[in-house]
Design a protein around this ligand. Structure first.
Ligand SMILES: Cc1cc2nc3c(=O)[nH]c(=O)nc-3n(C[C@H](O)[C@H](O)[C@H](O)COP(=O)(O)OP(=O)(O)OC[C@H]3O[C@@H](n4cnc5c(N)ncnc54)[C@H](O)[C@@H]3O)c2cc1C
Length: 262
């Protein structure tokens, strides 16, 4: 029988999480609950975040902060601030899942056995977001690229980024993929004019497309360079080969959309 902990505040959630050892976090539960139901996961200690006060969107000047348990369907309302975030959120799963799934769950979810997961990671990478988390060495705030490279044993509290001057999102979807995204690219033009690109649907977590960014003024060359930034994997949705062929198209589309919005 699992010990179920239901913190009523962020500080209680951090204290109960401790160093995270032996603790399974449940936020929206869209991934964890089926794992438990079908016996693939038998947690000894469960931390339910639903009442922990970690939800909500805060806009302070140009800084936007998303609480860890902010529901994905609420991000659609941010379309006038960050078009790519709203478009990506609206593209995740279906209305029922979006009404339950959370930002923190999307950041921490592992790759699915049959389909990619973690679509928001690409948008947040392109936004150069920072992640505030707690764990064995206390609380820390770090670049999302750092966070994604060692996220085990961390409890996500919130994610912050600066409002960009423009953003664009383009995804490869099929009608038969049960709403999962096969491959997606996000492009952001920061307030200082810097272009940042990131992709999801790759092997492992999302990836910044640094080589493509260096060629952003030439969308065709940037698309070709993006392939070198990524590792691709086969899954039930598409082959690695097909993803590699499609990535340059999505990079070109996103850069052209950013150009049109200039
Ligand atoms: C039919 C279907 C379609 C889907 N389509 C998509 C899709 O298109 N794109 C996509 O990205 N995903 C998709 N998913 C997967 C999933 O719904 C999302 O990734 C969702 O955002 C996960 O969030 P959650 O709050 O439900 O996570 P949970 O199931 O609660 O948790 C997921 C993981 O994150 C950990 N976790 C959760 N919150 C935190 C936190 N604050 N700190 C540390 N660890 C945490 C959990 O311990 C667990 O390991 C789909 C799922 C289903 C069932």
């Amino acid at each position: 029988m699992a010990e179920v902990l239901i913190p009523a505040s962020p500080s209680e959630a951090v204290s109960l999480y401790g160093d995270g050892a032996g603790t399974t976090v449940i936020a929206g539960g869209t991934v964890v609950m089926p794992e438990i139901t079908y016996g693939r996961l038998t947690p000894g200690r469960v931390l339910l975040l639903s009442n922990a006060g970690l939800d909500g969107v805060t806009i302070d000047g140009t800084t936007i902060t998303l609480g860890a348990t902010t529901r994905i369907d609420t991000l659609a309302a941010l379309g006038d601030q960050v078009a790519a975030l709203a478009t990506c959120a609206d593209n995740i799963a279906d209305g029922e899942i979006r009404g339950q799934a959370t930002v923190g769950g999307n950041l921490c979810v592992s790759q699915g056995p049959e389909a990619p997961r973690g679509d928001l990671q690409g948008v947040l990478l392109a936004l150069d977001a920072t992640v505030r988390s707690a764990g064995a060495d206390g609380e820390r705030t770090e670049a999302i690229e750092e966070f994604l490279s060692h996220r085990a044993g961390r409890l996500v509290l919130d994610v912050s980024f600066e409002r960009p001057s423009a953003s664009a999102f383009s995804a490869l979807d099929y009608p038969h993929t049960h709403e999962y995204t096969v491959l997606a690219v996000t492009g952001v033009r920061a307030a200082d004019g810097t272009i940042r690109l990131a992709a999801t649907g790759l092997a492992g977590t999302a990836s910044r497309l640094h080589a493509a960014e260096a060629l952003a003024s030439d969308p065709t060359a940037a698309g070709a360079a993006a392939v070198g930034d990524c590792s691709f994997a086969d899954d039930a949705l598409a082959s690695a080969w097909y993803r590699e062929q499609t990535l340059p198209v999505l990079v070109r589309r996103v850069l052209n959309q950013l150009e049109e919005s200039a």
